[in-house]
Design a protein around this ligand. Sequence first.
Ligand code: NDP
Length: 296
Amino acid sequence: MSAEIIDGKAFAATIRGKVAEQVRHLQDGHGVTPGLAVVLVGEDPASQVYVRNKGQQTEEAGMASFEHRLPADTSEKDLLALIARLNAAPAVHGILVQLPLPDHIDSAKVINAIDPAKDVDGFHISNVGLLATGQKALVPCTPLGCLMLLRDRLGSLAGMDAVVVGRSNIVGKPMAQLLLRDSATVTIAHSRTRDLAETCRRADILVAAVGRPEMIPGDWVKPGATVIDVGINRIPAPERGEGKSRLVGDVHFDSAAQVAGAITPVPGGVGPMTIACLLANTVTACCRAHGLAEPE
Ligand code: NDP
């Protein structure tokens, strides 16, 4: 193995430490406590774990955490009414609606009902538009975490060839926007891309956000490239015992690590950065709401 392993877990812990410091400063200097409201509809087990972790880490950072767990048959009208109350609540600076929502609810309608100033997930069309036009936005947490890891390792990204595999609204597209903002030359690949292997081989920065276990092998990776694996896929692991499973990324780690200059592992790479960036976005939203200087 030749690649440097990018330790997202440690990096995320550093960010959470900085956030906790900023929260103390806001409380001591201005009497303000940043507050994050997380809304979960239904009982999706993965979402429950995410929401629990978010609540826990919010409190650990000294912020106020407001959890709203609603039954799966909650009507869209009731959910929109809750969003309206949270929009109006002064103690709430960030609102996150855990996706996916049940099928009977129009996710886009709900997301766009969130006050864009409290949209710490950065999914509201206003924030999407602000990011795309180079204005001050709240930026989606997972791509923001990826960008931080890239800047930390590479410094300036200007002029680098970046390939993002995946074009979802929550990862692929905002990731491409952030790379473009940092003056990388960006290609977005997807399921209709003609020669994905060749496209990936051009990348100095390769971001995989597909949701297909280990689909990118080492021989698609340019020697020395920085590989950011966003994928989180659970696969059977009979070697660990009957019925056991394990998490893998979208990149075949062992072969890619032979070729890449640096690579994020799964788990322990991009995953922990997402919640850390969520906390950072909540502090940013709080500072903006109170007209205070924003953290760097
Ligand atoms: P989506 O399913 O919304 O998007 C997947 C994208 O991958 C689509 O654009 C799709 O293309 C593309 N794709 C699918 N198959 C192929 C293929 N064979 N070749 C090339 N492209 C392909 O997924 P998300 O963006 O929501 O998530 C992607 C992964 O990231 C998942 O594993 C998810 O679990 C993980 N994730 C991790 C997070 C974290 O905190 N670390 C946060 C969010 C997601 P097309 O548009 O053409 O269909």
